[in-house]
Design a protein around this ligand. Structure first.
Ligand SMILES: Cc1ncc(COP(=O)(O)O)c(C=O)c1O
Length: 453
């Protein structure tokens, strides 16, 4: 038999990886140049056809040593690149180089956080860093998740385990879809959805919903709505929950990053009153996916996740002092996403991350000002975090949708869409700290040119 291909770790790992990394970095550069803009031109069929051309037979009889270069090039050529200032649709951040480099170390070492004997240092790192992040939010501990969706699901699961299967979710109409979906998944009663005509939960409306209801309730507030980046009035909501004996979950998947900023942290006052908080550093935290967290106020509730599997956490191993990791996740094999987070926190410090947050929030205010002073556009409102909603003045919804698709088709810009006030808006989510004023002007100009044809 021929020699097996080299491994990523072990004595020969670094030497084997180095030339491959050069290949990857070169292919990222050639792919980006071939794309030429924030996303590939031509729309879904053209992109799929080009990709199919490169891929050919996905499982050929004989291997191709050029596959790494060719497929990385194709992926980069066909990427919607959040590092391009004109790619500003979603809560889809450009990852920091240092975080991505740390993630490579995770791929090479491949620790798995389901037992100490697969991840000795990684498990200790996760315990320390999750606690530090939870304390920053005013809670006691945190679990690492794959993102906001898993965090919201875990929050509902912990609430159901604490209060029983009659638990009813109460959330605003602007809450993320993963919350009602988690209620469905967990077999909970249909959620009570409070209308949010202003985009945020109105305490008076919430009070009416909570008054006179029997049975356990879980109120889910949002700190940074997906569509508009708005923050529910957290202190008032926390007060209502306390008065009505309701449990409080806050989905701060987007807004949680404001915790790093001296200038913006106050917007999250009230977070510390929650039983659980969703955080997500692959949004306002510049991490490669995945980097979710669920902070918990009462770590003893995590006992609900407890499992005994003799091959991973035998009683006698636990008694001998080996950490029992199975109540830290619903997953079994689990990658230490905490390393890139830890490296980022240590490299930049709170002030460094806070400066990035301040930067993107300032860019959003500047973009909103550009829209506001442009006679051809209407602004939804002053941005609270880094999302700006706008639409061509006097246009109908079909035109707004066509402008967005026109930009996508030509590969010129990636803008999102959101329906608020019963109307369709274009959405710019500014998460790139390198975006400058010229690029903001260019984004608006592209939207204008596409509107007027
Ligand atoms: C407020 C909010 N919560 C949860 C999520 C889900 O996060 P993820 O996509 O990481 O699962 C999102 C996604 O945009 C979000 O905006």
């Amino acid at each position: 038999m021929s020699t097996p291909p080299p491994l990523a770790s072990g004595p020969d790992g670094p030497d084997a990886l180095r030339p491959l990394l050069d290949t990857v970095l070169d292919a990222l550069a050639t792919g980006r140049r071939a794309r030429g803009g924030p996303l590939p031109a031509g729309g879904p069929d053209a992109v799929a056809a080009r990709l199919a051309d490169t891929l050919g037979d996905a499982l050929p009889d004989d291997g191709d040593p050029d596959a790494l270069r060719a497929l990385v090039h194709a992926l980069a050529a066909g990427a919607a690149d959040p590092a391009d200032p004109l790619c500003a649709a979603h809560l889809h951040c450009p990852p920091l180089a240092v975080a991505t480099a740390a993630d490579l170390a995770v791929s090479a070492l491949n620790p798995s956080l389901d037992s100490w004997d697969q991840a000795p240092a990684a498990s200790a790192l996760e315990a320390a860093v999750t606690r530090a992040l939870a304390h920053t939010a005013g809670l006691a501990d945190a679990l690492v998740t794959t993102g906001g969706t898993e965090s919201n699901q875990l929050a509902l699961l912990l609430a159901r385990e604490a209060h029983g299967s009659g638990l009813r979710l109460v959330c605003g109409a602007g809450a993320h879809h993963s919350l009602p979906r988690a209620a469905w998944l967990l077999g909970l009663p249909d959620p009570v959805v409070v209308p949010t005509p202003q985009g945020i939960l109105d305490p008076a409306a919430l009070h009416r919903v909570l008054t006179g209801r029997t049975g356990p309730l879980l109120v889910a507030a949002t700190a940074g709505t997906t569509d508009a980046g708005l923050i529910d009035p957290l202190p008032e909501i926390a007060g209502l929950c306390a008065a009505h004996g309701a449990r409080l979950h806050i989905d701060a998947a987007y807004g949680g990053g404001l915790l790093f900023s001296d200038r913006h942290r106050d917007k999250l006052a009230g977070l510390e009153a929650a039983h659980t908080v969703t955080l997500d550093l692959h949004k306002l935290g510049w991490q490669p996916v995945a980097a979710g967290l669920l902070a918990v106020a009462r770590p003893r509730e995590l006992a609900a996740l407890h499992q005994r599997a003799d091959y991973l956490n035998a009683d006698d191993d636990t008694e001998a002092g080996y950490p029992d990791l199975l109540d830290r996740s619903l997953r079994t094999t689990r990658r230490p996403d905490i390393l890139k987070i830890a490296v980022t926190l240590k490299t930049l410090g709170r002030s460094g991350l806070g400066a990035l947050v301040d930067q993107v929030c300032a860019r959003a205010r500047e973009f909103a000002a550009l829209v506001h002073t442009h006679p051809g556009f209407e602004l939804y409102g002053r941005p609270v975090i880094s999302t700006v909603l706008f639409r061509p003045a006097g246009a109908d919804d079909d035109t707004v949708a066509a402008v967005r698709r026109g930009l996508l088709e030509e590969g010129r810009a990636v803008l999102g869409r959101a329906r608020l006030d019963g109307r369709l808006w274009l959405k710019a989510t500014l998460l790139n700290p390198h975006t400058g004023p010229d690029e903001l002007a260019q984004l608006l100009e592209l939207a204008e040119r596409t509107t007027t044809g």
